[in-house]
Design a protein around this ligand. Structure first.
Ligand code: PLP
Length: 574
């Protein structure tokens, strides 16, 4: 494809994307396809040669020669006939991508070429298999929204693709990230320690909260090993030790003793980090009366048990806004415990809820001041509720040496004059991989377009809609709220208002309701299990945060839940 072909295909792609958004409200939120639907439609044979071959010769049998140009199919091609009429194309798309049928002959028909065919296949084959996370009625998992500003930012980012690992790779990549991460730290009200401009802390953009938690775990492990090495070898705190400076004997002896903590409500990223690094993650219990949040005394008890067994506690992951119920761990209590053990590190995972630190009225409930006082590292995803498309995880550390002393491994071929002089940030030393995407650009587009006020308006809308939903559920017979609104998230269950059933029976009833909803194309809700030593409650989560979601969207989806609830109750009583 040359530049002019790209220009045409690019305009056409934007048209298709706009058509998609214009038709989104009329679509069902859920993909209505069976497993294997796409595999069946695509050829097993991959395109060996460019498919451009298929469009080589001017075709004379279909359209008047001279007036229009067209291209023929290479009959040997395994990818099927070109341009079959596609019922899913909207009128504007039809003008841009006229089906290749004689009756659709249009004097404006452009020459057909590979991207047109792929774009048509995107409409007819891929779109049916898309669950529409950008739909106003999407309430599953967590919001995973994007804005047009973010899409544009991503486009520009792709256009200058480069791996950005060292400042010299493209100074703009590094410096824009420094600036927008400092903006974000301040928008979220983080302590000035977390600012890159502080000179000691800083922020970097990762691809996911899971990756950032893994990175934090490595930083925590290395810090613990360095602490142990310093204690045994008499290094001073001022000595900068890299991973290779930790004596092998200490690494071997102590790594196997390390243990990390979180709660049963910590996202699976905790267990996963433990599995990847070969270190146990202890999921500590939470209680209903604490709102499913982890308490300091629970952590303290676990640490003491492990020390008595000869183990070395090195990390706790506290959560602000758990996935199941939006619980906020008692960060100050955890922090006070962490302070008592020199090898301990606290990472705060606020993947979904942390963006709401941008709302001053939410900061106290979300324990921002406690995060500021106690967290060693903190992560929230702009790519969930924060108007920026996947991926954009905002990862902040109080002391950047926790990252660089764990991850700076610099062979000669990566050295640069500026890096050696220490006058620039080389983000490869703050992350797991070498190369990285230019993610700051989409965040820059969004922040400049929306401003903090626009972001706040969007977040408040989600919070308010969730409050309205809660009021509605409270007045709806046979439904109860299990966990009250936490920002835009609540969980509920179906109950029988007459004679009260046991949790076990209600769990079966709600599993049935959930199953019915799973088959409903207009509803995208997800389930959870709230497990404590005292109880086990199966419930359904309603996660609000769409860019265009209205009260009507919320009411409509809940009306389907009510109808399915009636059916489930009748079946249950029968
Ligand atoms: N942490 C919490 C609290 C979450 O709610 C989620 C996603 O639901 C994650 C982590 C995972 O985020 P990511 O996909 O960015 O790893």
């Amino acid at each position: 494809m040359d530049v002019e072909e790209f220009r045409k295909a690019g305009y056409a792609a934007i048209d298709q994307i706009c058509d998609y958004y214009n038709t989104l409200p009329e679509r069902n939120v859920k993909a209505e396809v069976e497993p294997g639907y796409l595999v069946k439609q695509l050829p097993m044979a991959w395109p060996n040669a460019s498919q451009k071959k298929r469009f080589q010769k001017p075709r004379t049998d279909m359209w008047p020669t001279g007036l229009l140009s067209s291209w023929v199919v290479d009959p040997g091609d395994a990818h099927g006939p070109v341009g079959e009429a596609d019922a899913s194309l909207s009128l504007p798309s039809l003008l841009v991508f006229p089906p290749r049928l004689p009756f659709a002959l249009s004097l404006t028909a452009p020459p057909r070429h590979v991207p047109v065919e792929i774009a048509a296949d995107f409409q007819s084959k891929i779109i049916p298999g898309i669950t529409h996370w950008q739909h106003g009625k999407f309430f599953g998992y967590f919001p995973g929204i994007v804005t047009f500003e973010s899409i544009l930012g991503d486009m520009y980012s792709s256009s200058v693709t480069n791996p950005g690992f060292n400042w010299t790779c493209s100074p703009a990549c590094t410096e824009l990230e420094q600036v927008v991460m400092d903006w974000m730290a301040q928008i979220l009200g983080l302590d000035s320690d977390f600012l890159t401009s502080s000179g000691h802390g800083g922020g970097t953009i990762g691809n996911s909260a899971s990756e950032c938690a893994l990175t934090a775990t490595i930083a925590a492990r290395e810090r613990a090993l360095r602490t142990i090495a310093r204690q045994s070898n008499g290094y001073s705190d001022a000595d900068s030790l890299t991973p290779i400076d930790v004596p092998t004997a200490i690494r071997q002896e102590h790594t196997k003793k390390l243990v990390m903590y979180g709660s049963t409500q910590t996202h699976s990223l905790g267990v996963k980090a433990g599995v990847i690094l070969g270190m146990p993650f202890r999921s500590l219990p939470v209680h209903v009366e604490d709102g499913y949040a982890l308490r300091g005394d629970t952590l303290k008890k676990a640490i003491e048990e492990d020390i008595a067994k000869g183990l070395t506690p090195f990390m706790v992951i506290g959560t602000v806004g758990t996935t199941s119920s939006g619980a906020v761990d008692y960060i100050a209590e955890l922090g006070e415990v962490v302070k008592q053990y020199p090898t301990m590190f606290m990472h705060v995972d606020a993947a979904w809820a942390g963006i709401a630190f941008a709302l001053p009225e939410q900061r106290e409930r979300l324990r921002l001041a406690e995060v500021n006082k106690y967290a060693d590292s903190f992560c929230t995803n702009a790519h969930k509720w924060g108007l920026v498309g996947f991926d954009c995880s905002l990862f902040f550390v109080r002391d950047r040496r926790d990252l660089t002393e764990a991850l700076d491994v610099t062979p000669a071929f990566l050295r640069t004059k500026e890096g050696d002089a220490g006058t620039v940030i080389d983000y490869r030393n703050w992350q797991l991989s070498l190369g990285r995407r230019f993610r700051s650009i989409k965040l820059w587009f969004v922040l400049r377009s929306y401003g903090v006020e626009g972001l706040q308006k969007h977040l408040r809308s989600g919070v308010n809609l969730c409050g309205e939903l809660a009021k509605h559920i409270e007045q709806t017979p046979n439904f109860e709220i299990v966990t009250p609104p936490s920002l835009g998230l609540l969980s509920f269950r179906l109950v029988n208002d007459g004679e009260r059933a046991s949790d076990e029976e209600l769990n079966k009833l709600n599993a049935d309701l959930n199953n019915r909803l799973a088959h409903h194309p207009e509803v995208m809700l997800t389930q959870t299990l709230l497990k404590t030593p005292e109880s086990e409650i199966f419930c359904i989560r309603f996660a609000i945060g769409g860019r265009t979601t209205t009260l009507d969207d919320v009411k409509h989806v809940f009306s389907v839940v009510e109808a399915e609830g009636k059916a489930a109750l009748s079946a249950w009583k029968a």
